[in-house]
Design a protein. Structure first.
Length: 135
């Protein structure tokens, strides 16, 4: 083979060797990238499973909280109903007490009037007759 052709052939052969080596290195890098990607996907899958479990737990908590809130609402309703009942009973008791106080006031006024009459008669002396005895 002629030296010029041989030189060109060796040059082409060197270029092909460089290309093959570059291609082989690229394949190694690609395999490493795929391995990293597979690990990343596995981490993402585990993260998604954790998120699913967390969401399920949150849903259960939401349901429990909803039930508790419903229970609290019922307790508040019952409490207000009880307050209304107690208030009604208290009003009835106070109405009775007010009537008794009014009766006591009337009795006290009558007693004071009777006592005043008694004291006035005692001051005038005698037993109700005009003449009376001297002192």
């Amino acid at each position: 083979m002629e030296p010029a052709v041989r030189q060109r052939f060796e040059k082409i052969e060197a270029i092909l060797r460089d290309v093959a080596e570059g291609h082989a290195a690229a394949l190694v890098r690609m395999a490493q990238a795929e391995t990293r990607m597979d690990r990343a996907e596995a981490r993402m899958d585990r993260a998604e499973l954790r998120m699913d479990r967390i969401e399920a737990r949150m849903d259960r908590n939401d349901q429990r909280i909803g039930k508790r809130m419903h229970g609290f609402e019922n307790l508040v309703r019952m409490g207000f109903a009880e307050l209304r009942r107690v208030e009604k009973v208290q009003q009835q008791k106070w109405a009775g007490i007010d009537q008794k106080i009014d009766a006591l006031v009337d009795a006290q006024l009558r007693t004071e009037a009777s006592l005043k009459t008694l004291l006035d008669s005692l001051r005038k002396g005698g037993n109700g007759h005009q003449g009376g005895r001297p002192h």
